[in-house]
Design a binder for this molecule. Sequence first.
Ligand code: PXL
Length: 286
Amino acid sequence: MKSIKRQKRIAAVHDLSGFGKCSLTVALPIISATGVEACALPTAVLSTHTGGITGYTYRNLTEDMLPFTRHWKSLDLQFDAMYSGFLGSFAQLNIVSTFFDTFKTANNLILVDPVMADNGELYKVFTPEFATGMRELCKKADLIVPNLTEAALLLNEPYHPGPYTHAYIEELLIRLSELGPRQIVLTGVYFNEEELGAATFDVHTNVTDYVAVSRIPGSYHGTGDIFASTLLAGLMNNFSLNESTRIAVRFTANSIMTTYLAGTDHRFGVNFEANISGLLKDLELL
Ligand code: PXL
């Protein structure tokens, strides 16, 4: 067993979708399981996520977010990382920016997952103006984790379906870093139909890295949130950007494989729970 150190603490700024594993219902268990305290700043409460399920309830918590921020500040809370994902309204872009300003220190990490689109399309709850606002929020981030569709929106350029070339991916990574973040992890990167993975870029080291696994048929809901949450868990456990990306790709792919083999409805999220012990081994916590 490892010696007990000061426990790290992160703030997770996402919606709570009661059913359909994504956002807070994956971020909190994954991050907690790796020994890091996860605090929730909920952006909205829904009965389910909005991806392919109709009839969901949607209560956005815009009015509560600044009071949360002020209360947490009054308690003098400190965060090792602030991690934002799905936001409940356009106004929340500014509120999350204020939240970052309130708790930013010289040593903590701001991770923005610019959750807003996939497969070439904005999620139907967002407008093109939201994408422009998200670009501004990304300027405050140390690390962003867009998929290819979100990257195109952040750069205000058309989405191109894959397979991609290394030259295209490397150009995207550089242009995304020019928005402000010093580290980029781009998801949904592939150079042939058999594989799928992520590309990383660090401005300070000028190193680009690729991780790929065999593609599993289908498109599974919530996997972007599982990936980004695991990436953060790796970083908080002192793994490098590239090591954390490898661990996150592996955990996400294993969770998809478990679900694929079980034949579960893809909209209902993936069985990450079955793979947590493997994640903890990869993180040298077991
Ligand atoms: O996984 C992204 C996500 C998070 N939260 C909600 C969503 C989606 C994607 O559709 O609808 C509510």
